[in-house]
Design a protein around this ligand. Structure first.
Ligand SMILES: [Fe+2]
Ligand SMILES: [Fe+2]
Length: 179
């Protein structure tokens, strides 16, 4: 498998979560209510899987290695756009968490902020993923030898291996702080 293989497989799971969020948005429209626990699950998925695990591999390994190459101006521009989009996703998720907390506390204005931020995620992720799958990943591959590509793949696997430990260490540390 090429290094971009696992990244593209992860994109397919992110798309499935985006489809679930689309369904939740339609529910919010028809019922005028949201399940805050669904929002919690979506946020956990976006933060731990889409951002930390998936964007983590892109930024900390793929983009890092690309940065040392003599990139064409268009490829460098797209890489910078992708980094900005990751940051935008984080900002949107923070706003979503904040709105969900207000909703739980009975703030009636929070619902439109929740749906607004969910809509932003539903609009943004598919475009971002399409740009990576069809434009940026194929272009990136041309800068690496087969050996370099396989070295990235191995580093991706090592990155993933650490993730579950990081996730639950954070859970325990969070509980210790709040206890
Ligand atoms: Fe990305
Ligand atoms: Fe991606």
């Amino acid at each position: 498998m090429q290094a971009r293989g696992p990244l593209m497989i992860e994109h397919r799971l992110i798309e499935r979560m985006i489809s679930l969020i689309r369904v939740a948005l339609a529910d919010i429209q028809s019922t005028g209510r949201v399940d805050p626990l669904f929002v919690d699950d979506a946020v956990d998925f976006i933060r731990i899987y889409a951002d930390r695990t998936h964007h983590g591999k892109e930024e900390d390994i793929l983009f890092r290695d690309l940065d040392s190459k003599d990139l064409k101006a268009t490829d460098r521009r797209i890489m910078n756009e992708l980094i900005e989009e990751h940051a935008f996703g984080r900002k949107t998720t923070r706003a979503l968490v904040e709105a969900n907390t207000r909703y739980r506390n009975g703030d009636n204005t929070a619902l439109s902020d929740i749906s607004g931020n969910l809509e932003t995620l539903v609009d943004f992720y598919p475009v971002h993923i399409e740009k990576e799958d069809n434009v940026f990943f194929p272009a990136s591959r041309t800068y690496f030898t087969d050996e370099e590509d396989q070295a990235m793949l191995a580093e991706f696997q090592e990155f993933d291996r650490k993730m579950i430990h990081e996730k639950y260490r954070t859970v325990v540390e969070g509980l210790e702080k709040s206890g």
